[in-house]
Design a protein around this ligand. Structure first.
Ligand code: NAD
Length: 295
């Protein structure tokens, strides 16, 4: 049994905390928002009176915050000073690679250990304990984090040193965005050429254009009954989150001087998509905007 503080009890953090409790760990949570605290208590998670209070006895601190600024601020304002030296900080929010490296340096300078461990798999993956974790950090810190990550996820990959978990996440989501747009464009082009959706699906899903964006997240209703297109594009993975992740990708592209024109264009299209009602729709809903020429 490990004593764990889990901070950020939102859509992802709360079900992750529940799975850690189910695995037999002693979990104390904290969130700034009263509704999140109430939901955690209702789910049987003890809630501390502050972030510092939650981490003071913890062997491991897991953070699941909206963005990098929340991580840096919480680390510097209270968490690093309140934790016992040698505490393992597992930072699971999706944040920029350089922010993850800054957080790592801050944690180490305060005498702690740290890995970045962003996730994919969404709320359903968090609830079912089937998240994928992409981890950046030393071999020893990865080994220490692994049993806890296994309680919350089913695929855990050690990607390299500090920040490289976030690097893998940003690269994956850039591929995903580009491929979802390409699949949407192909369906709209097919429509205009007189091609039935099912016929195009039957060909592409077994051919060289095959990818997750068509076989799981098919952007038209019918061929994949569980895809968000069959429920008016309820997420799934919301456009706002894709736009956020592509903002992080763009930051990395610019910092490294990478010639990633498709990634840049995908960032522009999803930023426009998320400015309107696309923010709350599944990101495959961009097909509507492509069909209507509004993105
Ligand atoms: P969320 O907004 O539902 O939850 C974040 C919580 O963190 C909020 O309840 C907020 O009050 C809390 N918080 C912020 N600062 C805090 C602090 N200093 N102390 C305690 N609590 C604090 O967000 P989410 O959907 O759970 O996502 C969390 C992270 O996971 C994000 O970085 C997101 O990009 C990433 N992510 C989300 C999904 C998804 O499907 N929701 C999928 C993959 C990755």
């Amino acid at each position: 049994m490990t004593r764990i503080a889990l901070l950020g009890l939102g859509h992802m953090g709360l079900p992750m905390a529940v799975n850690l409790v189910r695995a037999g760990h002693d979990v104390h949570g904290f969130d700034l928002v009263p509704a999140a605290i109430d939901a955690a208590r209702a789910a049987g998670i003890p809630v501390a009176s502050s972030g510092a209070d939650a981490v003071v006895d913890a062997e491991v601190v897991i953070t699941m915050f909206p963005a990098g600024r929340h991580v840096i601020t919480a680390y510097s304002d209270e968490l690093l000073a309140a934790a016992v030296p040698g505490t393992l900080f597992i930072e699971s929010s999706t944040i920029a690679v350089d922010e993850a490296r800054t957080a790592h340096e801050m944690a180490v300078a305060a005498g702690h250990r740290n890995v970045d461990a962003p996730v994919s798999g969404g709320v359903v993956g968090a609830e079912n304990g089937t998240l994928a974790f992409m981890v950046g950090g030393s071999d020893d810190d990865f080994a220490a984090a692994l049993p806890l990550l296994e309680a919350m996820g089913k695929r855990i990959v050690h990607c390299g040193g500090p920040g490289l978990g976030q690097a893998a996440k940003v690269c994956n989501n850039m591929i995903l965005a580009v491929s979802q747009i390409a699949v949407a464009e192909a369906f709209v082009l097919g429509e205009r050429l007189g091609l039935e959706h099912q016929a195009l699906f039957d060909v592409v899903s077994q051919a060289s254009g095959q990818c997750w964006s068509i076989t799981t997240n098919c952007p038209v209703p019918g061929p994949v009954p569980t895809s968000p297109a069959n429920r008016d594009y309820q997420p799934g993975f919301a456009g706002a989150l894709m736009a956020k992740d592509l903002g992080l990708a763009l930051q990395a592209i610019d910092q490294t001087g990478t010639d990633a024109r498709m990634g840049r264009l995908a960032q522009q299209l999803y930023a426009a998509f998320a400015e309107g009602d696309g923010a709350a729709r599944d990101f495959s809903g961009i097909i509507t905007d492509i069909r209507e020429g509004t993105v």
